[in-house]
Design a binder for this molecule. Structure first.
Ligand code: ZN
Length: 88
C-alpha cells in the first residue's frame, strides 16, 4: 500500500504536488536567494525528509556566505495564465 505523503510536509510531498521552494539568505549584506533543487535534495535526503522551515534550516545553508539564517517561500508551480478580469 502506498504511503500517504499528501499532507505531511516532506520533500516527496512537495515534489509530488508540484511545489517549488525559494530560499532567501537573511544575512546582510549577502541576501543571496535561489530556488532549491528539490530533486537533488530528495536524492540526498530521501522523500521522507521533512521540509518545513524548521526542518530545512537544519540541513541547508547559504551557498555564498554559509549562513543558516534563511527564509523559504513555498509556491505552487502552476503554469496558468491569468487572463483579463471580466465583467460580473
Ligand atoms: Zn548568504
Amino acid at each position: 500500500m502506498a504511503k500517504d505523503t499528501s499532507s505531511n510536509g516532506t520533500l516527496g510531498a512537495l515534489i509530488e504536488h508540484g511545489y517549488g521552494v525559494h530560499a532567501y539568505c537573511e544575512a546582510r549584506p549577502c541576501r543571496h536567494h535561489a530556488e532549491l533543487d528539490l530533486k537533488a535534495l530528495l536524492t540526498k535526503f530521501g522523500p521522507d525528509q521533512p521540509s518545513l522551515h524548521y526542518d530545512l534550516i537544519k540541513i541547508l545553508h547559504c551557498s555564498k556566505c554559509e549562513s543558516q539564517n534563511l527564509s523559504f517561500r513555498y509556491s505552487p508551480k502552476v503554469e496558468q495564465k491569468i487572463g483579463p478580469i471580466g465583467p460580473l
